[in-house]
Design a protein around this ligand. Structure first.
Ligand SMILES: C[S@@+](CC[C@H](N)C(=O)[O-])C[C@H]1O[C@@H](n2cnc3c(N)ncnc32)[C@H](O)[C@@H]1O
Length: 221
């Protein structure tokens, strides 16, 4: 599959959504990765009264669990792809969760200030894995403006321990990552560089039991 720009250009028809093809479009393992991200944030302090920003929320694989758990109007999802967002709304209808009134925004420029809200928690599950470094930088600059003092932004990434590796790295049975094409790997030190001068600190979390070997990093305000 040519996944360069896959998510931005991904078009799903009504019948594909009815057949749940959006679940494969965000990488499959719908139940497993949905629950994994939810349980991770709860273990790390997410409470129903908190506000959560889900960056690259896709078709709400994790969103369904967060929306169910959080108080009404406390979930904010943003994604570049309107078809995945539509599929997410259908998932919410199926799960009778529309009454929790999540805020959902189609936007590819990380314009989080459009929500007019400050966040206790933010999450980017399998987003940085598809982004070149300058896009991650924009995301972090904008996140630093909307996190509350003490707020946390957890993000997953594919890791390389060798900054200068030019060959693909086998991350799991199915995934090979690259320095300069999607799916991308990064050396942890790039995050330290990207937040220089921003009101953020960064902490390496590493393994969090992701089935495809994505690692976790935490940015705190
Ligand atoms: C692998 S999916 C993960 C979706 C979701 N986080 C999950 O765990 O199911 C990556 C998501 O990132 C979104 N995405 C890619 N570039 C983006 C951007 N610039 N702004 C917002 N979302 C973006 C894609 O549309 C897609 O929904």
């Amino acid at each position: 599959m040519d996944i360069k720009n896959h998510y931005k250009d991904l078009i799903l028809t009504e019948s594909q959504i009815i057949n749940n093809q959006h679940r494969d479009a965000v990488g499959g393992l719908w139940e497993e990765i949905g629950k994994l991200q939810f349980e991770f944030l709860v273990k790390n302090g997410l409470k129903p009264e908190h506000s959560l920003l889900d960056v690259g929320c896709g078709a709400l694989r994790g969103g369904i669990h967060f929306i169910n758990y959080l108080y009404t109007k406390n979930y904010y999802g943003i994604d570049i792809n309107p078809f995945l967002m539509d599929a997410g709304i259908k998932e919410l209808e199926k799960a009778s969760l529309l009454e929790k009134k999540p805020y959902l925004l189609v936007n590819g420029d990380f314009q989080f200030d459009l929500f007019n809200q400050k966040f206790d928690f933010a999450l980017a599950q399998s987003l940085f894995t598809h982004l070149p470094l300058n896009h991650i930088h924009r995301c972090l600059i904008n996140i630093s403006k909307v996190l509350k003092e003490g707020g946390k932004f957890y993000a997953t990434f594919f890791e390389t321990e060798n900054k200068f590796a030019l060959d693909g790295i086998i991350q799991s049975n199915e995934i090979v990552t690259y320095l300069d094409s999607d799916p991308y790997h990064y050396h942890f030190s790039v995050f330290t560089y990207l937040i220089e001068g921003l009101p953020l600190t960064v902490q390496y979390i590493g393994d969090w039991k992701h089935p495809r070997n994505q690692k976790m990093v935490c940015f705190s305000k």
